[in-house]
Design a protein around this ligand. Structure first.
Ligand code: SAM
Length: 303
């Protein structure tokens, strides 16, 4: 199947019975066509227009955004409506911000979710910005935000596995929160490598475990209640994966311990978040008895 056929096939996912009603809800947004919106790439990704909404419009906006709960990534402020997402994604973005300059680059965000990072990356004026995420639900959240932002970010309902067959290569690829969901992490990193232009760069993160050894934890079933977590490496193991996938200049940007400031329940999320995923008597462990979530962020360059 070529790229065009794949796109057509996946576009049909927007008609699934749980997604179609949400696509219909987006029709409400036509009511806001009379306003012009300006994007401010701040921590609360803000969309503002010059005139205020009346009470009916405020209600409609809120109703439409609430139909798209759960908001995992954000936060967003649309004309005063504050969508306080489960994750304060601004923390991750701000941590990485000093480590890239996307000016005039062709950029991919793999596992882009609703596009929060990409909307912020616009501040660098990249040449092209493409988000990859196979989820029709997150694509619908992206379409909601982009209805106001009217950016030319391209959202592809494709995965990391399609990246190397894409119609062009990239200068910079972000892949955050995805690697531990891949059963073959080195192959996933090789795909990123093949999708890069010469000297292209990546920033990638992973859950990690402490230790100097070059080993990875393979959870029995779930990790912090999350299904499909395959390998959780030490930093040294993670660096080896990158080297073995053809990257050089591998640099550890930062290690962070996820806390309930960064990931928590809000009125815009599911009813459970980090606090429910940790052992209630020992917050250094997950409910399954594994080390609590810690992340390593690495940057590397294609040889
Ligand atoms: C844990 S979230 C990470 C979101 C965001 N990148 C971040 O770091 O906050 C993982 C994302 O990967 C997406 N995803 C699932 N399968 C994928 C695949 N095969 N390729 C790329 N992304 C995928 C999910 O839909 C989800 O949005």
């Amino acid at each position: 199947m070529n790229l065009e056929q794949l796109r057509k096939q996946r576009a049909k996912w927007l008609e699934w019975k749980n997604i179609k009603p949400l696509r219909e809800v987006l029709e409400n947004l036509k009511e806001f066509d009379k306003y012009e919106y300006f994007l401010e790439p701040t921590d609360w990704l803000t969309l503002k227009s010059n005139s205020n909404l009346n009470n009916n419009e405020k209600e409609l906006l809120e109703k439409t955004a609430k139909a798209l709960i759960p908001w995992r990534k954000g936060p967003f402020d649309i004309q005063g409506l504050q969508i306080d997402s489960e994750w304060q994604s601004n923390k991750k973005y701000n941590l990485l911000r000093p480590h890239f300059n996307l000016k005039d680059k062709i950029v991919a965000d793999v596992g882009c979710n609703n596009g929060y990072y990409m909307f912020r990356m616009l501040e660098d004026q990249p040449k092209r910005l493409v988000g990859f995420d196979p989820s029709p639900f997150f694509k619908t959240q992206f379409d909601f935000i982009n209805y106001f932002a009217k950016t030319d970010i391209k959202y592809e309902m494709l995965g990391v596995e399609h990246l190397e067959f894409y119609e062009h290569k990239f200068d910079f690829i972000f892949m955050l929160g995805v690697l531990y969901h891949r059963s073959d992490p080195i192959s996933a990193l090789k795909s990123l490598n093949r999708a890069l232009n010469p000297n292209g760069e990546i920033i990638v993160d992973s859950f990690m475990i402490d230790g100097k050894q070059e080993v990875a934890l393979c959870p029995a079933e779930r990790y912090a209640k999350i299904p499909n977590i395959y390998f959780i490496p030490t930093v040294n193991c993670f660096k080896n994966w990158l080297n073995r996938a053809g990257f050089v200049d591998v640099e550890l940007i930062e290690i962070t311990q996820t806390d309930s400031d960064e990931q928590r329940v809000t009125p815009w999320t599911f009813e459970q978040s980090l606090d429910h995923f940790l052992d209630e008597n020992d917050k250094s462990k997950t409910v399954e008895g594994y080390p609590a979530p810690k992340r390593a962020y690495l940057k590397a360059r294609k040889k």
